[in-house]
Design a protein around this ligand. Structure first.
Ligand SMILES: [Zn+2]
Ligand SMILES: [Zn+2]
Length: 262
């Protein structure tokens, strides 16, 4: 009886059928891969970062559209295995690129190449990192200091230690917190680190407290108004205990209860 089963569309026999239809005919009648009418890619013209939702990713990526930009727009039928997509630019307007993807796919054992047209709007937007670098924008300052007391006679050793602790903190912080760090200034008594995000700065201050038992004091100063609201800049003073000014190698930071900064 099996040999008499035939595809209800093309009538051929000897083919595997799903709901009475062979794979070839099912592939013809199914949207295997497509894309929305229009996609948008937001990129930073300075550094090539892409905005994904509220975040910036792929810092330093080339500004030309790549498969990595376009693949997320593809809508793929659940039974389709995507082998490869080759993208070609058909038309490059000032802000819109007409692309076509040629997708090699497999559907129920049948191989096909499907053309997927996609029109992509390119929106240039300076990313937060580049914006704050160019504008020296900041909302918070982290003051890295030794423990309270008279000034050290060996500021260089103190600063080396502070820099080490700071590197440790950064290494343990999330990437978005690290990116909130704009620039830093060296002072005789330590470092001032400027941050473009107060929450990130507060997170680093808390990390300094839990990791190094740093004493943290927070103060805010009004620096302007934006959209009818007062804007504050917050200063976090971080005093790290146990920083010996003599340049001796101190043991691991945790539990480091060495002499306070004299
Ligand atoms: Zn058929
Ligand atoms: Zn950028």
């Amino acid at each position: 009886m099996g040999s008499e089963e035939f595809c209800v569309v093309c009538g051929r026999t000897g083919r595997e059928l799903v709901d009475g239809v062979c794979a070839e005919c099912a592939a013809d009648r199914t949207v295997l891969v497509d894309a929305p009418q229009r996609g948008e890619v937001v990129l930073c013209p300075q550094c090539g970062a892409r905005r994904v939702g509220a975040r910036w990713e792929r810092f330093g990526a080339p500004t030309a559209l790549s498969a990595e930009d376009l693949a997320p727009f593809l809508r793929i039928h659940p039974e389709v295995g995507l082998r490869e997509v080759r993208w070609e630019e058909r038309l490059a307007g000032p802000t819109v690129r007409e692309m076509v993807g040629r997708a090699r796919i497999v559907f129920r054992g049948v191989e096909r190449t499907v053309e997927v047209p996609l029109s992509v709007r390119l929106t240039a937007q300076t990313c937060t990192t580049c914006g704050r670098k160019s504008g020296h924008y900041y909302t918070a300052i982290l003051q890295l200091r030794g423990a309270a007391g008279p000034r050290t006679k060996r500021p260089r050793e103190l600063k080396e230690r502070l820099a080490q602790r700071w590197e440790t903190l950064l290494g343990e912080a999330r990437a978005d917190v690290r990116r909130a760090v704009s620039w830093s200034e060296e002072l005789p008594e330590g470092f001032d680190v400027y941050c473009s995000d107060t929450l990130a700065a507060r997170g680093l201050a808390r990390l300094a407290r839990s990791r190094f038992e740093a004493e943290v004091t927070e103060s805010a100063s009004l620096f302007g108004r934006k959209n009818g609201q007062d804007v504050y800049r917050v200063t976090f003073c971080l005093r790290f205990p146990g920083l010996t000014p003599a340049g001796r190698r101190s043991p691991a930071p945790r539990g480091d209860a060495g002499p306070l900064e004299p």
